[in-house]
Ligand binder design. Structure first.
Ligand SMILES: Nc1nc2c(ncn2[C@@H]2O[C@H](COP(=O)(O)OP(=O)(O)O)[C@@H](O)[C@H]2O)c(=O)[nH]1
Ligand SMILES: [Mg+2]
Length: 193
């Protein structure tokens, strides 16, 4: 897979001007977003893993196979973050979600072991409100036994019923479980008009 860094943006004026279909990735800090991106594009470090928690981060745009963009949205959910930083995160992400014309889907990454946080719920509410195709990925599946994994999967499916567009995908950056399924769903979302 051919992937290159396009641009980092804090404001909409700085978003790259492309008419390529775009897929964004979002989740709370440390959930495994960078790890997922790296597995999807077969790279060790296209998206930096484990950066300093809570720092205001930019929106990062990547060109994938010359025919689509992957967008790494800043992580949320750090308790220690100042309200002003949280606010600017909200404004930045909500702006992106509301004005990007070629946004085809948002991949929302949740830790299979954890309950949804306020940030997860806000994000899912926005996606619902804007009618954006939402692909939920339940990551770190390798950290649970098969039985526990299935139980958590069922619980989260029920919780997400009202918001998620599709059944969530189980994923592990360690075993790469779920990689093909996620790529298939992304392909389908991109082809949907
Ligand atoms: N066991 C396991 N660890 C993971 C997985 N995904 C991410 N991690 C670890 O979780 C931590 C945070 O991952 P990172 O991708 O930087 O999260 P981000 O902050 O959401 O970008 C790192 O130590 C990763 O190695 C996974 O699927 N399985
Ligand atoms: Mg990251």
């Amino acid at each position: 897979m051919d992937v290159s860094f396009l641009k980092s943006a804090l404001k909409e004026e700085h978003y790259p001007l492309t008419d390529l279909p775009e897929v964004a990735f979002a989740g709370r800090s440390n959930v495994g977003k960078s790890s997922l991106l790296n597995v999807l594009v077969n790279r060790k470090k296209i998206a930096r893993t484990s950066s300093t928690p809570g720092r205001t981060q930019a929106i990062n745009f990547f060109l994938v196979n010359e025919d689509m963009c992957f967008v790494d949205l800043p992580g949320y959910g750090f308790a220690s973050v100042a309200p002003s930083v949280r606010k600017s995160w909200g404004r930045m992400v909500e702006t992106y979600l509301s004005i990007r014309p070629n946004l085809k889907a948002v991949v929302v990454i949740l830790d299979i072991r954890r309950e949804l946080c306020v940030g997860d719920r806000n994000l899912l509410d926005w996606l619902n409100k804007f009618g954006i195709v939402t692909l939920v990925v339940l990551t770190k599946s390798d950290k649970l036994s098969r039985n526990k994994c299935r139980a958590r999967f069922n619980t989260l499916c029920k919780e997400l019923e009202s918001v998620a567009f599709d059944i969530p995908t189980l994923f592990s950056a360690k075993t790469k479980q779920g990689k093909e399924e996620i790529m298939d769903k992304i392909d389908r979302a991109i082809r949907r008009t």
